[in-house]
Design a protein around this ligand. Structure first.
Ligand code: ADP
Ligand code: MG
Length: 311
């Protein structure tokens, strides 16, 4: 007998939860409005390893924010399961969920006014989430200052948000999101409102945090250059993961020296289609067009250890 913690459906195996901090299993989210239903997520499966940094890209309306809010415990799926650290998130009590939001996840939103209190200085903003922790005033200040220094924005410790640039505000927002030492940092279009130079700097910052703190980071973006520097890029379309791009090993080593523009020019990533548990693969319209497949019936053959799909 293995020592798996599968006593019921609310846990995944110990082995799985050791490797994967996050497992999404068939997530479906339907928003019902008065006269329509929107399928925001349509059976989404995803596994994210502890300490991994991933970028999620996709067109507007593809379900990125819905997924992120669900991981953040802010939104419940219509069906499907989401395991964080081995626990079924939505089988938790309401109290457990509140605790989860406070301790396990940190959020960075696109709009810095959503991230920061305008009437507090940077330091006070980072201190704010720490008021819930058992900590002396001195410890709280030290932690806030440590984070601002890590992010390289300590020189703005006494500044108010209105006196800082958008990029500076987003950096403070990252420090705020890290204050309570979350296991997962979630960022929804964090560079959506800043210029490309600042965007570049912020993406390097996420990488630094990922490497130095070992924290799992999930960044939603429609900015391809932001996604470029991330070793795993997940493409979502129509509420499902369509393809994944994994960075080739040789580029991983050169990341610090390559700019995101030069990465755009080279084939830095390899693209994979997702094969789901039922054996289904989604093939992009481009690939079908290139192969001249325009019918809804295809032949599937195995030849020389390869699967060939043809008309
Ligand atoms: P993305 O972040 O990729 O732009 P979203 O997750 O915000 O996409 O939205 C996915 C789909 O769900 C969209 O069609 C959107 O209009 C719809 N949607 C999102 N939130 C709600 C809501 N609260 N009520 C109704 N529809 C919603
Ligand atoms: Mg969104």
């Amino acid at each position: 007998m293995s020592n798996d913690v599968i006593s019921n459906d609310n846990y995944i195996s110990e082995e799985d939860s050791r490797d994967n901090i996050l497992v999404c299993d068939g997530l479906v989210k339907i928003y019902k409005t008065k006269d329509s239903e929107v399928f925001a997520l349509q059976g989404l499966d995803l596994e994210i390893k502890r300490g991994e940094m991933v970028a999620i890209i996709g067109k507007s309306g593809s379900g990125k924010s819905t997924l992120l809010n669900m991981i953040g415990g802010l939104e419940k799926p219509t069906t499907g399961k989401l395991y964080v650290d081995g626990n079924d998130l939505f089988a938790m009590s309401e109290k457990g969920l509140v605790e989860y939001r406070k301790s396990t996840v940190g959020f960075v939103w696109q709009n810095s006014s959503q991230n920061l209190f305008p009437y507090l200085t940077s330091l006070q903003n980072v201190e704010a989430p720490l008021y819930f922790e058992k900590m002396s005033e001195q410890e709280r200040k030290e932690r806030a200052l440590y984070l601002l220094t890590l992010i390289g924005i300590d020189h703005k410790a006494d500044a108010y948000p209105s006196s800082m640039s958008g990029g500076e505000q987003q950096r403070v927002a990252i420090a705020v999101a890290l204050a309570h030492n979350p296991k997962i940092l979630l960022a929804d279009e964090p560079t959506g409102a800043v210029d490309s130079k600042t965007s570049n700097m912020i993406q390097d910052l996420f990488r630094k945090i990922n490497e130095e703190l070992g924290i799992t980071i999930i960044i939603v973006t429609h900015d391809l250059s932001l996604a470029n520097k991330v070793s795993r890029v997940i493409m979502i379309s129509d509420g499902k993961i369509s393809t994944e791009k994994i960075m080739k090993e040789k580029y991983k080593e050169q990341l610090d020296t390559l700019s995101s523009e030069s990465l755009l020019e080279v084939e830095s990533h390899e693209e994979y289609s997702i094969l789901d548990k039922a054996g289904r693969v989604q093939i992009s319209k481009d690939a079908l067009d290139m192969a001249g497949i325009d019918t809804n019936k295809v032949k599937v053959e195995v030849k020389d250890g390869k699967i060939i799909i043809s008309k």
